[in-house]
Design a protein around this ligand. Structure first.
Ligand code: FRU
Length: 491
């Protein structure tokens, strides 16, 4: 049975989706059916299809009581909207709604969603306190039914000192022996909290196992959206810490980071010794990974920052996802590359070899707003090299290599922004290099740059008018470049 709140959301989203012209959305990056989107949820492969759910407020292009939107895909580039699956319609989630969570397939073939229900609890002094607890819903890929005895992990199961108002974002997986585990995050006033591990034999009855990793007040005020997996023989923990102060690795505000370390299987403790940023652009948060049937660890994330929503006035959707990325671990660090499926949509290839860039140059056929381009700097002598995209007389968004400073700079000052939001990001090149290779994915309103085979990635949105489709290269010395560019045509 679908609740009235969910059926109202379903009627509303179909009606309002029709008011958004398809031309006004990116081509292969997921945007909400209508209204607001933040974190990816329940990224999974079920019944022959990729399923992705997302934090969703259909009614306004701003955050509000959280629903779960739903899309399916065969190739991670075409997304087909499905009706919303969760609405804030139960006593345990009718406060701020159905927060982030994950999905897996149960032994009986149903898909299970494990999410955070956010409710209000009246206190003895009459004030209301927000309570976050973990809940389940199961379904067939279309319709999901919430479990009548939710929550399945109550805030009473938190160890001492952890905050019932900040206990969320369960990431679920199945162990080889068929039992279930999930990690959640929770805040703790003394040390900033950490990642908590729970265990279950049936996905319904859960036991607290351990505080798997602790913040120790080192990385932000609170961690959000944990993920934990073994990849290429190494254990990886991912979280999105809130309110960091910048240093050489991280930028100010909310970041998404990964921790490399050792997992003690007996104590259920993850001891990390290295922590890195996952993306150094202006827009990246709350990543979630899934294990694809072919063994790939694929990551998706929200391509926006909580602090700078630069959505143009009047646009009826807010927020988009990155193009999913394949992850690998090499030499103790994660390498990221766009999912290989994008190569099936390469069209109109243009190639240049050993071209000299001195001053500002353009190349015939190197332009557009929906493309996959690789720029290799094969030689030369320069201090700064800049690629400007989404360019016309008025606008441009720049990606610069500041070789003499060992820095990368992204500048979207001239991208038509009318908000006083962060427009420039300058970050260290974290793996020293002599040669530069940039793979740049553009999809109308975003640029994702993969530096040197994904050692560092930079995701940034800009809502420049689409006539700005020129690309230029500028160098303060001389650079020899190889270029390869394909339009992405996703019919
Ligand atoms: C991260 C987050 C999650 C929470 C969700 C609410 O962006 O704050 O911790 O579950 O968004 O929409």
């Amino acid at each position: 049975m679908i609740s009235q709140k969910l059926s109202e959301a379903r009627v509303y989203e179909i009606k309002k989706e029709a008011e958004i012209a398809i031309e006004n959305r990116p081509v292969f990056h997921l945007t909400p059916r209508v209204g607001w989107l933040n974190d990816p949820n329940g990224f999974s492969f079920y019944d022959g299809l990729y399923h992705l759910f997302y934090q969703y407020n259909p009614y306004r292009p701003f955050w509000g009581p959280m629903h779960w939107g739903h899309v399916i895909s065969r190739d991670l580039l075409h997304w087909t909207y499905q009706p919303a699956v969760l609405a804030p319609d139960q006593p345990y989630d009718n406060g701020n709604g159905c927060f982030s969570g994950s999905a897996q397939t149960l032994d009986d073939g149903r898909q299970i969603l494990l999410y955070t229900g956010v409710s209000w609890e009246k206190q003895s002094d009459g004030s209301m306190k927000e309570i976050q607890q973990q809940c389940i819903a199961s379904g067939d890929g279309e319709v999901y039914e919430k479990y009548e005895k939710n929550p399945v992990i109550s805030s009473d199961q938190l160890p001492k000192g952890y905050d019932r108002s900040n206990f969320r974002d369960p990431k679920l997986w199945k162990e080889k022996d068929g039992s279930w585990r999930c990690v959640t995050v929770s805040r703790n006033e003394t040390n900033g909290g950490g990642v908590l591990l729970f265990e279950s034999s049936d996905c319904i009855s859960w036991k607290f196992k351990s505080v798997m990793a602790e913040n120790m007040n080192r990385f932000g005020r609170m961690w959000e959206c944990p993920d934990f997996f073994c990849l290429d023989g190494a254990y990886v923990l991912i979280t999105s810490p809130q309110d960091l102060s910048a240093d050489e690795e991280f930028h100010n505000g909310n970041n998404s980071v990964y921790y490399m370390g050792n997992y003690d299987k007996n104590q259920h403790m993850f001891h990390y010794d290295a922590v890195y940023s996952l993306d150094d652009g202006l827009d990246f948060y709350a990543p979630q990974t899934m294990l694809a049937d072919d063994g790939r660890r694929i990551m998706i994330a929200w391509m926006q920052s909580w602090d700078s929503n630069i959505r143009p006035e009047g646009q009826k959707w807010s927020g988009m996802m990155i193009l999913p990325r394949e992850l690998k671990v090499k030499d103790g660090k994660i390498l990221q590359r766009p999912v290989r499926e994008i190569e099936n949509y390469h069209r109109n290839g243009v190639r240049y070899e050993k071209q000299e860039v001195q001053g500002t140059c353009r190349f015939d056929g190197i332009k557009g707003r929906v493309l996959d381009m690789t720029v290799e700097i094969a030689g030369g002598d320069f201090r700064e090299f800049t690629i400007s995209v989404a360019q016309n007389e008025q606008f441009h968004t720049d990606f610069s290599i500041l070789q003499h400073k060992n820095r990368i700079e992204i500048d979207r000052t001239y991208s038509g922004m009318v908000r006083d939001a962060n427009a420039i990001r300058r970050v260290k090149v974290k793996t020293p290099c002599k040669k530069w290779k940039l793979r740049i994915i553009l999809d109308k309103y975003s640029m994702e740059v993969f530096l040197n085979d994904g050692q560092q990635v930079f995701s940034t949105t800009f809502y420049t008018s689409l006539e700005a489709d020129q690309i230029s290269f500028a160098c303060d010395g001389k650079a020899i470049v190889n270029l390869e560019k394909y339009d992405i045509v996703v019919a």
